[in-house]
Design a protein around this ligand. Sequence first.
Ligand SMILES: [Zn+2]
Length: 228
Amino acid sequence: MRLRFRLLALILGSALILSPAVAQETIKIKVVERYTLAAEQIYHRSPARDNPTHQLTLTLVYFTGSDWPRETMEEAVRNVAEILEQCGLLLRQVELVRVDAPQRYHYLDTPVSRELARTLQLARPTVYFVADTRHQPAFDAEAIGRGNSQTRPELTDSVWVTRATRDVGIALTHELVHVLTDSGEHIERPGNLMRAETAPENTRLTGAQCAQMREVGTKNSLLRGVAN
Ligand SMILES: [Zn+2]
């Protein structure tokens, strides 16, 4: 109840400063379901094995009527948890947010996506499972960190995964590492998650990559230390 009220207040607040036509569109964007994954849906076993030092909370967005199966998104989250564990990262909480929005918002398209993110005001990092991208060149998945969001601040610390993405869990983790390190850097080391081409066997991160992720992610308030 409270969340809905907050969203309504947000929409009414936005409507005051937008033209009537835009406001009309904005009102069509609304959160219709929020679902928090239980720890056992993320980890098949205790995540404490590698003594996590940092924790991450993820918000995943998908659209009513989209063809992203919930199971695919949940499986991708399990991959994220498993891969980031090597860096001492614990997936503390994952929330799935289902949004009702006109079709054009189901695509990564900077001006439209900015409006979507501005309306939703969700916790970061935010992962959007979209139908496709309107960007050229068209990447299957895209990460927007601090360094590449100056002209689109609403999209800071977000990841966009299109339905064309293969190995969704690996691709999602790869993009999240871009966001957490605030770097677009790739590395050609065999088996590394941050090779330019994602592949099922590319899941490793070096000690330096892990350290950079923990340091930058914490500095940017995307990671928190785990209290011992
Ligand atoms: Zn990349």
